[in-house]
Design a protein around this ligand. Structure first.
Ligand SMILES: [Zn+2]
Length: 263
C-alpha cells in the first residue's frame, strides 16, 4: 500500500475499496479536480499516499451513494442531470428547503468534520462541509440532496489549488456527480483562519484562497450561483457562531484575490 505510483482512477478504486461492486463514473470538472488528479499524473504535487487516500475516501463515499452502476446507468445519471431545468420556483424551493433544515445540515457538517485529517498538533485543523444540491428525481422530478465531506491531508506539507483537499472541494466534487446546481454550502469548524488573509473578523472560518478561486470557476460553469448560500459555522466556544451570506457577496469582499490568481 502506498508504494506504487498508480494514479487515481476507477479501476484502482474498484480494487482497493471492497465496497465498490461496479464502475464509478466520476464527473470531471476543470474547476474541481477529482477526475483530473490521475489524468495529469506527471505534474501532480500530491504524493502517492495522497492519491491512495483520495481513492479510498472518494471510492467508498461514491460506492455507498451509488451501490454499483453499469456504464449505461452512469451515462443515464449524467444525462438526467444535464437535462434538469432549474426553474426559478425550484431554486426558491431549494433555498427554503435549506432554511427549514439549516440546523440539521449544520449538525451533519459538524459530525463529518471529526473525520478531517490534519497534521497540526495538539489541535488538528478540521472542517466539515455539506453541499446541498438540486437533483433529478425519477418520481418527483426534482429533489434536494446534501453531500458531505471533510478536509484531509495525508502527509504534512503545503498543497495548493485542487490538490489542497479542503472539505468544500471534496463535498462539491462528490455533489458534481449528482447535482445540477448547488443551493447551499455549509461549513463547520472551530477555526477562524486558514493561514491566508481572511476578512472574517475572527468569528467564523471563511473559505481559503484556493476555495474562493474554485467558487469563481464553478460560478462561470453554473454549478454554483451568485445567490448560492454560504453558511459558515464556528463551534469553538459554547455559543455557536453562524455567518450566512451568498457566494456573490462573499467573493465581493475578496476582490483583492484577483491579481494573485495563477493564470
Ligand atoms: Zn479551502
Amino acid at each position: 500500500m502506498g508504494q506504487e505510483q498508480n494514479p487515481f482512477n476507477f479501476k484502482r478504486v474498484k480494487r482497493e475499496t471492497k465496497k465498490v461492486t461496479g464502475l464509478i463514473g466520476i464527473r470531471e470538472d476543470p474547476h474541481l479536480g477529482l477526475g483530473a488528479v490521475g489524468a495529469e499524473e506527471e505534474n501532480v504535487d500530491m504524493t502517492p499516499e495522497d492519491l491512495q487516500a483520495a481513492s479510498d475516501y472518494y471510492g467508498e463515499i461514491m460506492a455507498a451513494k451509488l451501490g454499483g452502476e453499469n456504464k449505461e446507468q452512469i451515462k443515464e445519471r449524467f444525462r438526467k442531470i444535464d437535462e434538469l431545468m432549474v426553474a426559478p420556483e425550484i431554486w426558491e424551493k431549494a433555498l427554503k428547503y435549506f432554511h427549514h433544515r439549516r440546523d440539521y445540515f449544520i449538525e451533519m457538517a459538524r459530525h463529518v468534520r471529526n473525520k478531517g485529517v490534519s497534521h497540526r498538533r495538539p489541535h488538528p485543523f478540521q472542517v466539515g462541509c455539506v453541499a446541498l444540491g438540486i437533483e433529478p428525481d425519477s418520481i418527483k422530478g426534482v429533489k434536494y440532496e446534501p453531500h458531505e465531506m471533510y478536509n484531509f491531508k495525508v502527509q504534512p506539507g503545503p498543497r495548493t489549488g485542487r490538490y489542497k483537499r479542503c472539505a468544500e472541494r471534496g463535498a462539491l466534487e462528490i455533489a458534481r456527480n449528482f447535482s445540477k446546481v448547488i443551493a447551499a454550502i455549509i461549513t463547520v469548524s472551530t477555526e477562524t483562519n486558514t493561514g491566508d488573509p481572511s476578512k472574517t473578523e475572527g468569528r467564523v472560518l471563511h473559505p481559503c484562497f484556493d476555495c474562493r478561486n474554485m467558487y469563481r470557476g464553478l460560478l462561470r460553469g453554473g454549478f454554483i450561483r451568485e445567490d448560492t448560500i454560504i453558511c459558515m459555522v464556528n463551534d469553538a466556544n459554547d455559543q455557536t457562531v453562524i455567518e450566512e451570506t451568498t457566494v456573490g457577496k462573499l467573493l465581493s469582499i475578496y476582490q483583492d484575490d484577483l491579481p494573485n490568481i495563477p493564470a
